[in-house]
Design a protein around this ligand. Structure first.
Ligand SMILES: C[S@@+](CC[C@H](N)C(=O)[O-])C[C@H]1O[C@@H](n2cnc3c(N)ncnc32)[C@H](O)[C@@H]1O
Length: 217
């Protein structure tokens, strides 16, 4: 299996990310100890930058885990007078995220929903100016179809882990059988989103790969 970014470069980039506060550092440590996958610090910093640059107010996140990326995004939302709605399927993680959010003092800015995103997306009626998807890679195309109408013109949509540890460039026989469908779906998703009418999208080989899309309408 390939790795997306050369390890030495990745370590170098990581030490250029400004020091995080105690809460974010403790969540990074907890995620490592408990084997919870969260965005890498350089990816968190990039999300923070994108949210700031786009003056994000109404943010939607799919895949809360323990609330690490949610807190990064909610700090920008608060500054801009906005909110974050985040969806998490797993009960234990949902409870941990609630605890992290409480510690962050951002309860008034974050709404967390414990559900399968596929059940919630069709019920959403508002629009969002910033959407971050970090869950269920095999379902990215289906999530995108439901999310595009909910993204404001001029808004950003970002998906994480789109290069799946470099598996997207591997031959099928070099990919574990149980991962083949997910990898095939990711390739189809990347092909679709990068050519989608009404969206300008770019794939960024940072962390495990991100795709960033801007809705032109
Ligand atoms: C990579 S983690 C999210 C990490 C988080 N964004 C962060 O960086 O702090 C993915 C999370 O998505 C959740 N998840 C997976 N499938 C989901 C679904 N269909 N709907 C909602 N959450 C889902 C998992 O339980 C897991 O906690």
């Amino acid at each position: 299996m390939a790795h997306v970014v050369n390890r030495e470069i990745e370590n170098y980039l990581r030490q250029l990310v400004p020091e995080r506060d105690l809460l974010l550092k403790s969540l990074e440590e907890k995620a490592e100890q408990e084997y919870v996958s969260i965005v890498l610090p350089e990816v968190a910093q990039f999300l923070h930058l994108m949210a700031l640059q786009s003056r994000a107010q109404n943010i939607l996140e799919i895949g809360t885990a323990i609330g690490y990326s949610t807190i990064w995004l909610a700090r920008v939302a608060k500054q801009n007078g906005g909110r974050v709605t985040t969806i998490e399927i797993n009960q234990r993680r949902y409870e941990k995220a609630l605890n992290s959010i409480k510690q962050s003092g951002l309860e008034d800015v974050i709404s967390i929903i414990k559900a399968h995103a596929a059940d919630i997306l069709p019920t959403l009626s508002g629009t969002y100016d910033f959407i971050f998807v970090d869950a269920a890679k095999g379902q990215y195309s289906s999530f995108f179809e439901k999310l595009y109408p909910r993204l404001q013109t001029g808004g950003l949509i970002i998906f994480d882990n789109v290069l799946a540890d470099g598996l997207v460039i591997c031959n099928d026989e070099d990919i574990e059988r149980r991962q083949r469908t997910m990898v095939r779906r990711l390739r189809e998703f990347l092909k679709m989103i990068t050519g989608y009418p009404g969206l300008v999208a770019s794939v960024i080989p940072m962390g495990d790969g991100l795709v960033v899309g801007y809705k032109t309408g």
